[in-house]
Design a protein around this ligand. Structure first.
Ligand code: NAD
Length: 334
């Protein structure tokens, strides 16, 4: 008997990809989340692959007596009752990382857009104006980039910065001296990073300790004319302080993929789900005070959104299932 696996919350292209890459199993696909209305349809299934809108509660598990594997196509797993899974011997797997290079590449897309005045240049040639006045940019080579948070994404930013021959300063509560030596960067405290960097880029999670990490007190320390890039979470920066710093010329420009007022986003892929209240998100961006500023560029929380990153989520999910079936489990959530 082939193992029965049900997938939830998938788009058509994702369904086709799974069908092409997962053989010798019996597959069933649902566009919606797994819930108490449709759970009866997979009563005897061995495994489920879900996203964060499928709440895996005791009541759901009670109706899935054969279930042995839950693989979530997300990094977070707080939508799954792990205690109940443990009691029942159900393995839970996740997708620990999928977009570190993707977000780091977007970070550099933002940096280069500012450093080479790409938006002004393109707007001008679209009007048929090929003059260069006011379009002089600056080199990244030799400039200092300050990376705040050097985890999966920050590390990739450091690797790219090295390729540009930039000087690199890093602030992080955890230090990896081996990586620092390999790339050739120095760990410094946040105030020093702010004082010395020409480009400051944020890659910390939003936690109580990182909320308004850039605020009215320390924003004054920033080297005059530096630029700030935020692809982490809007709440890491106090927007009022940011506006003041831009108005006073402390920062010459900012590039933001995330805004403080955004919906609480747990997983970036949530933004692609039909369930996500996109209307509110759009309003937040459209009406945002920063959008009117010439020296601010905003992308709509799109840093994660590459074809390859989304494929990596599916590839990891397939690997989780294959590993489980071969008794070589990977990405198990403890
Ligand atoms: P990660 O957990 O690998 O790295 C985070 C780093 O921040 C770690 O090195 C950690 O030690 C450091 N850190 C934590 N608290 C700190 C503090 N108080 N002070 C200094 N450093 C601290 O995370 P990651 O995968 O690199 O992602 C970073 C963040 O990027 C995510 O938490 C998420 O908010 C954001 N993100 C945004 C997008 C997007 O599309 N814009 C996509 C993915 C992730």
């Amino acid at each position: 008997m082939k193992p029965k696996i049900a997938f939830f919350e998938l788009e058509k292209w994702e369904e086709d990809y799974i069908k092409a890459n997962l053989k010798n199993v019996q597959l069933k696909f649902f566009k919606n989340d797994l819930n108490e209305r449709n759970v009866k349809k997979i009563k005897n299934f061995d495994a489920i692959a879900i996203f964060i809108y499928s709440q895996i509660t005791k009541r759901i598990l009670d109706q899935l007596p054969n279930l042995k594997l839950i693989t979530t196509m997300s990094t977070g797993y707080d939508h799954i009752d792990l205690e109940e899974c443990k009691k029942r011997g159900i393995t839970v797997c996740n997708v620990p990382t999928y977009g570190e290079n993707t977000v780091a590449e977007h970070t550099f897309a933002l940096i280069l857009t500012l450093s080479r005045k790409i938006i002004e240049s393109v707007n001008r040639t679209r009007r048929g104006d090929f003059s260069l006045k006011g379009l002089r940019g600056f080199d990244l080579k030799g400039k200092t980039i300050g990376i705040v948070g050097c985890g999966n994404i920050g590390r990739h930013v450091a690797r790219i910065a090295k390729g540009f021959k930039m000087k690199i300063l890093v602030y992080d509560v955890c230090k990896d001296m081996k990586f620092a030596k390999q790339i050739g960067f120095k760990y410094v405290d946040l105030n020093i990073l702010l004082k010395k960097s020409d480009i400051i880029t944020l890659h910390v999670p939003l936690l109580p300790a990182t909320k308004h990490m850039i605020n009215k007190d320390n924003i004054k320390l920033i080297k005059k004319g530096a630029i700030l890039i935020n692809t982490a979470r809007g709440g890491v920066v106090d927007t009022t302080a940011l506006i003041k710093a831009l108005d006073k010329g402390i920062l010459s420009a900012a590039a933001l993929d995330v805004l403080e007022e955004e919906e609480l986003i747990k997983e970036e892929k949530q933004l692609l789900s039909k369930k996500f209240p996109m209307e509110r998100q759009r309003k937040v961006i459209e009406e945002h005070i920063l959008i009117a500023k010439d020296n601010v560029i905003i992308t709509p929380h799109n840093a994660f959104n590459s074809k390859e990153a989304l494929l990596r989520i599916l590839d990891t999910t397939i690997a989780n299932i294959k590993g489980f079936l071969k008794n070589r489990k990977v990405n198990v959530v403890k």
